[in-house]
Write a protein of this length. Structure first.
Lengths: 169, 108
């Protein structure tokens, strides 16, 4: 049963990831990316990482994708107006990413000897993750809050429309 | 609460192959498209492939450190997307386009 769910979610993720790359309209690309993210959240649930699955749906499907859609709508890009690359460059892109896939598969094949321990399957719950996050990783946690603050200030500075802001001063 | 726990029967190799394929699709998208927003989306796809593999190893090794790292990667990705999209909006304001071929004026 778990294996069938794995196959279904993997097929969904890979298929919609390919559609992200190959659909002409940027809005469709972003919507297919949301399907990919939901499939990955399903994988997290299959892997007993329930807290991360919920956070993944909230952060990616809820926040980041809304940001993408807002920018596409604001810039009025929801039409198929993208000039395409030359055919030679497209063939080169497909060939190089296929070669990367071949190299990765070849180097990872047979390289895994993971011992699966049994018993501690509830590490993905919020209780255990909170224990680890606020004991071992307390300092990186605080640093990441500074990172988010800096990103917010930077976005406001970059996104400010200077030509329209000047008469106000 | 404990009946949420799912017994894992999928071999870890399957997750390695899935993550490899997703990462390669992300690389393909970055090389294939010219729309900068789609390139950002493909970078997110690559980050998610790495996240998936990290969660898989974390679950199979019973070590919560991997999942905490995924948490930090999500925070960094959120910051990165916000800054990147702001730069895109600024670029669109100056050039009226999000085509990355226009950006080669940076090349001196």
């Amino acid at each position: 049963m778990t294996l069938y769910l794995f196959y279904f979610l993997s097929f969904l993720a890979i298929f919609s990831a390919l559609l992200v790359v190959f659909s002409k309209n940027p809005v469709y690309s972003v919507l297919y990316l949301i399907i990919t993210f939901f499939a990955i959240a399903g994988h997290y649930i299959l892997l007993n990482a329930q807290f991360l699955a919920v956070v993944h749906v909230i952060v990616y499907a809820g926040a980041i994708m809304v940001l993408f859609l807002y920018v596409i709508m604001l810039l009025n890009l929801n039409q198929e107006s993208e000039p395409h690359k030359q055919t030679l460059i497209k063939i080169a892109a497909v060939a190089s990413s296929g070669l990367l896939l071949t190299v990765l598969v070849g180097s990872l094949r047979g390289a895994t000897q993971v011992v699966t321990k049994t018993g501690g399957a509830e590490i993905g719950l919020v209780k255990n993750l909170g224990q680890v996050l606020f004991n071992e990783f307390l300092f990186p946690f605080e640093i990441s809050s500074i990172l988010l603050l800096a990103a917010m200030v930077g976005v406001v500075m970059v996104g400010k429309d200077e030509e329209h802001a000047k008469p106000d001063n | 609460m404990l009946n949420l726990i799912i017994e894992m029967k999928t071999p870890i190799e399957y997750y390695i192959w899935l993550s490899t394929v997703l990462f390669s699709i992300g690389v393909l998208g970055v090389l294939f498209r010219r729309n900068a927003i789609i390139i950002f989306a493909c970078i997110e796809l690559m980050l998610n492939a790495v996240n998936l593999l990290m969660v898989a190893f974390s679950s199979y090794l019973n070590d919560a450190t991997g999942q905490v790292f995924v948490f930090f990667i999500m925070a960094v990705a959120a910051a990165e997307v916000a800054v990147g999209l702001a730069i895109l909006v600024m670029m669109y304001r100056n050039t009226k386009s999000v085509d990355i071929n226009i950006l080669n004026r940076l090349k001196g």
